[in-house]
Design a protein around this ligand. Structure first.
Ligand code: UD1
Length: 422
């Protein structure tokens, strides 16, 4: 297994190019199932999760020609409607094939994703909404079996809770349903906006894009013909590099980024004392040598993203004073706390709130990555720790960060990937 060896204390400088957004690419890859023609996707991030979902398409019978950042996908030849446990267990987002498979073929079986390190993460809201659209659903042998032999029907869906994946699944299902679907309390993330725009560019009428109420007029089963889609920049990757600038007290520039998508992270870093030069597609961070503490609550977009909580905790752990961080979306998303404390942080946890007392320095240690974003918090801490830190189980990082060690090395960090001796 690979691990990262990071020697802290190096100043960073220069420019980093932000990759395409994993969380935008995944639903867009799933949406290609709504078409029986070739679709081209560009600016894909070169990460494991993307390869996993593309592999699932080939297992269903689709053809995929993929070279790191571009994929030509043709799902005209899909012959199986079953997303097997071996793939879904590797990546929860595989559940995104449920809506499009059911909408296009009137039946499908998708393995239940189960829990994950950051919490239970049920899919009850996805299933309830599909049932409102006329699907018959049963759970058997660890699989969701869904049928709608006469096609899905438009419906009024009111989500009890805002769900990103649930909104995406229903937008895709509604695109081929018969009649109009209204989604109330829809998620508003930029990734959902891009999915809606892709489907709208294929001729489906969608109103309310980017708002919490979406209205979609389905094609009554007629497959879509998509234009080429260029995946939007990854706002979480971008936010992570801004935190790298803040924690190492370095000025770095992010290119190919959408500043409007990371307003919440920029605002919090500003309140900690950092300043920014911002253009349409670049951000330069000017750090503060005297980081102020921060209070933040994770909440749905456009609020502060749960996917940036761990990285901000690493930065706050070196601020002068006490920060309070509340996690509202996932019940168990604090596993990085004990690992940050191993590096010398002083974080106290009570339920969903972490009290972070700033310390002077981190000290290198052996630490373990526990989930995708928690891993990047450990990388950030290691960049400034005294000595050499080893981070194990970095397969979590490989799921979502495109060439993290290459990009950080180019900025001047001392970071190398090594193989565990057996
Ligand atoms: C997506 C993102 C993930 C991010 C999360 C929240 C992708 C591939 N993943 O995950 O990186 O952290 O949004 O911004 O885009 N819930 C239910 N029932 C459901 C569905 C969700 O109770 O049927 C709950 C979840 O347990 C969680 C909350 O709703 O507490 C939000 O989850 P959701 O927005 O669905 O997250 P994902 O789409 O899984």
């Amino acid at each position: 297994m690979d691990y990262l060896e990071i020697t802290g204390g190096k100043k960073l400088s220069g420019t980093v190019t932000i990759s395409g957004a994993k969380n935008a690419a995944l639903p867009i890859i799933a949406a290609t199932i709504l078409s029986d023609k070739e679709v081209t996707l560009t600016n894909l991030p070169n990460v494991v999760d993307i390869r996993t979902l593309l592999k699932l398409l080939t297992m269903l019978g689709g053809t995929v020609d993929h070279d790191n950042t571009t994929a030509h996908i043709n799902n005209g030849s899909i012959s199986s409607h079953k997303a097997v446990y071996e793939i879904v267990s590797q990546m929860r987002a595989s559940i995104l094939v449920l809506g499009p498979l059911l909408a296009r073929f009137g039946e499908c079986e998708v393995s239940l994703p189960g829990g994950c390190a950051i919490g239970q993460r049920p899919i009850d809201l996805h299933l309830k909404a599909l049932e409102s659209m006329g699907a018959h659903i049963e759970i058997k042998g660890g699989y969701v079996r869904a049928e709608a032999p006469d096609g899905l029907k438009g419906a009024k869906i009111i989500f009890d809770k805002i769900t990103v994946g649930g909104t995406e699944n229903i937008v895709m299902a509604a695109a081929l349903a018969k009649g109009t679907t209204t989604i109330i309390n829809a998620a508003k993330e930029p990734e959902i906006v891009q999915l809606c725009e892709m489907i709208m560019d294929a001729g489906v009428k969608i109103e309310g894009i980017g708002s919490s109420e979406l209205t979609i007029e389905g094609t009554s089963g007629k497959p879509l013909k998509f234009k080429t889609v260029e995946i939007i920049p990854d706002r979480i990757e971008a936010g992570t590099y801004l935190c790298a600038g803040a924690i190492t007290s370095s000025s770095i520039t992010l290119e190919k980024v959408d500043p409007g998508h990371i307003r919440a992270s920029i605002d919090k870093l500003e309140s900690m004392g950092c300043s920014f030069d911002i253009t349409d597609d670049s951000i330069t961070i000017h750090p503060s040598d005297d980081l102020k503490p921060v209070n933040l609550i994770t909440i749905e977009y456009p609020g502060f993203p749960t996917d940036m909580q761990a990285q901000f905790m690493a930065v706050a752990a070196l601020a002068k004073g006490e920060s309070l961080i509340e996690e509202r979306l996932f019940e168990n998303r604090f596993m990085h706390v004990s690992e940050l404390n191993r590096l010398g942080a002083d974080i106290w946890l009570k339920g969903s709130i972490a009290a972070v007392k700033g310390v002077e320095t981190f000290n290198a240690a052996d630490v373990m990555a526990t989930d995708l974003r928690a891993s990047s918090a450990l990388v950030l801490a290691a960049l400034v720790a005294d000595g050499t830190t080893h981070i194990r189980r970095i397969y979590h990082l490989d799921r979502g960060y495109d060439d993290l060690e290459g990009k950080l090395s180019a900025l001047g960090a001392d970071i190398v990937r090594k193989k565990e001796e057996r």
